[in-house]
Design a protein around this ligand. Sequence first.
Ligand code: AMP
Ligand code: MG
Length: 334
Amino acid sequence: MSPAASIARIYRGTPPNLAKLARCLQAGELVAVPTETVYGLAANALDAKACRKIFMAKGRPVEDPLIVHIHSLTQLFEVAKPNDAALRLAREFWPGPLTMVLPKKNCVPGIVSAGLSTVAVRMPAHPLFRRLLQRVGVPLAAPSANQFGYVSPTTAEHVRTGLGKKIRHILDGGPCAIGVESTIVDLRKPRSPRLLRPGAITREQVEAVLGLKVRSGRTPSAPPKSAQVAPGLMAQHYSPRTPVTLRSRLSLKMAARGTAKDAWVFQAKPRGELDGNIFWFDLHGKIEGVARRLFSTLRALDAGKFKRLHVELAPGEGLATAINDRLRRAAAKK
Ligand code: AMP
Ligand code: MG
């Protein structure tokens, strides 16, 4: 979208701008915010009317709960009932890319929790977002600041491209340092924690702190409409419009045999003669670099009029698990 067709203004993080955006949030408006994972679309988490606007702007189904972002542990106790396991993880990983699902307090409106008795809570690390949270003084509910189902945004410009006709305020905090959404751990039963979404904080790191096995789990269903699975967990999510084929190893030979209308996306820059539509996520295939540029690369290639994107999966575990999870969702058939 041309910036001209957009109603959104991109703000630099100056003190007067932060003061203005804090007032907008207090008045029930939406503000897109930078976080270390991806950009979020924030509203006052305690204001049901404000949070409803998030679903409208994104085209997100109301059965899909939002993550509540907090500035301090005091706010954690305001919105949730943390157990010892949660407090231990908070001490270790907050502020940072870990979201915990906990029993909720009554002040959190049903629109935020999709009618569930739990709330997902995270204390983000991005310095600008933290300053904004402090100024606003209330927790902020924020899903990723993209059109529902599309690739998550990792720059202010991504947000404007996707939501510029729907929202007025975007706080620019630069490109996201991590680039994939937070790890979500379900701690409703502290003795049997579940990993609901892989992220930069790995299952092994969580297990080491809790001294427990962390098995995979699914988001519980919202009570009235059963069998609802939140989009973070839906098969087809984070999807470019261009079809994606995943490959565990991609070779230049394969690419050479492909049609001129296909793009070939490697983890690292391949050695050898590079002709044709050859791309890579990170020059040296460094996993943090791949995560950081994963969504921006997919977005750029999606705009490139290719017929198909052939994408190499990340080797190994840890952050690679989160990257491959997003790639599999991007490749899931519509
Ligand atoms: P997003 O902010 O778009 O990355 O999505 C937030 C995700 O957090 C949802 O899609 C769910 O997977 C998860 N989530 C939020 N609230 C809850 C909850 N109360 N219980 C389980 N999962 C949740
Ligand atoms: Mg999302």
